[in-house]
Design a protein around this ligand. Structure first.
Ligand SMILES: NC(=O)c1ccc[n+]([C@@H]2O[C@H](COP(=O)([O-])OP(=O)(O)OC[C@H]3O[C@@H](n4cnc5c(N)ncnc54)[C@H](OP(=O)(O)O)[C@@H]3O)[C@@H](O)[C@H]2O)c1
Length: 268
């Protein structure tokens, strides 16, 4: 079953964004099988409550408080792993942030933070941890269905996730001979804290019409992501509707896609 011999059984995993949503769910599904989980996020209390919830499981759990949108925070994760003698064989790059609304009216700080977190942290953490990862090993990068679309009013987020998907697919080829499997998961709308963080304080919002049809629970997203990783699949769109949408969006000519997105934007 295992494409490169990697199994989550007895794995030593670093999970970013593990204080809520999909990251906490990765921790829940790995805890009964893993040897060690390192949970990373900014909110220490939320990390500790995930740790407490999972304390009856097999995995030893460590919490690492760090702001991954900064160089200092990313360096702190590496120092934490060194100080605790952790050589992970699974990295789950899950932390991410969206911003609902037009690019022109976006806050420059939030835009920069999105790029730092969704793109730079994912890339540089992978770069920093790869030399420590003993094969067989795995990397899960959390992208989005949005990675397949040039989305107005979610432009930076969608572009950042297009980067994640492209980077992951390239890396899956580069690292295969080293027996490191890279899987990219592209969820559609999933009920987590994501929308709350992406909403703007002024109440402006992106058109999210049609999302209800594609919504699937975090449990299913994570289950399909871990299954894809262990079967050596480079990219997965969890859920029936999302997998059809992902295929369609990747096949439709860009010109037609832009026309459809323009019509959708005009409705608002
Ligand atoms: N939910 C969806 O509809 C959806 C769809 C497609 C893709 N995704 C992707 O799924 C991933 C997980 O998001 P989610 O849906 O689970 O949302 P979430 O519940 O808001 O979780 C985001 C996680 O990222 C962490 N985080 C945010 N900023 C951070 C920073 N500067 N440094 C370190 N950690 C940070 C948060 O923890 P702290 O606040 O404690 O730092 C939290 O644990 C993201 O990459 C998102 O883009 C979500």
């Amino acid at each position: 079953m295992m494409a490169n011999g990697f199994s989550v059984e007895n794995c030593r995993a670093v999970i970013t964004g593990a204080s809520s949503g999909l990251g906490a769910e990765f921790a829940r599904q790995l805890a009964p099988q893993a040897e060690l989980l390192v949970l990373v996020a900014r909110r220490g209390e939320a990390l500790e409550s995930v740790k407490t919830e999972l304390s009856a499981n097999k995995a030893r759990i460590l919490c690492c408080v760090a702001d991954l949108a900064t160089d200092g925070g990313r360096a702190a994760v590496c120092s934490f792993l060194s100080a605790n003698g952790v050589n992970p064989n699974l990295l789950i790059n899950n932390a991410g942030l969206g911003d609902y609304g037009s690019f022109a009216s976006s806050s420059a700080d939030k835009t920069r933070t999105q790029i730092e977190l969704n793109v730079t942290a994912l890339t540089m953490l992978t770069h920093a941890l790869l030399p420590r990862m003993e094969a067989p090993a795995g990397i899960v990068n959390v992208s989005s269905l949005a990675s397949t679309l040039p989305m107005p009013d979610l432009a930076v987020y969608a572009a950042s996730k297009a980067y994640v998907t492209s980077f992951s697919e390239a890396l899956s080829i580069e690292l295969a001979p080293k027996r490191i499997t890279v899987s990219c998961v592209c969820p559609g709308p999933t009920p987590t804290n994501f929308s709350k963080s992406a909403k703007r304080a002024d109440g402006t919002d992106t058109n999210r019409e049609g999302q209800g049809l594609l919504r699937i629970p975090p449990e299913q997203v994570v289950h399909e992501a871990l299954s894809a990783l262990q079967h050596g699949r480079p990219c997965v769109f969890p859920g029936f509707g999302v997998s059809i949408a992902g295929r369609l969006f990747r096949m439709v000519p860009r010109r037609m896609l832009r026309w459809l997105l323009k019509r959708r934007a005009a409705k608002e």
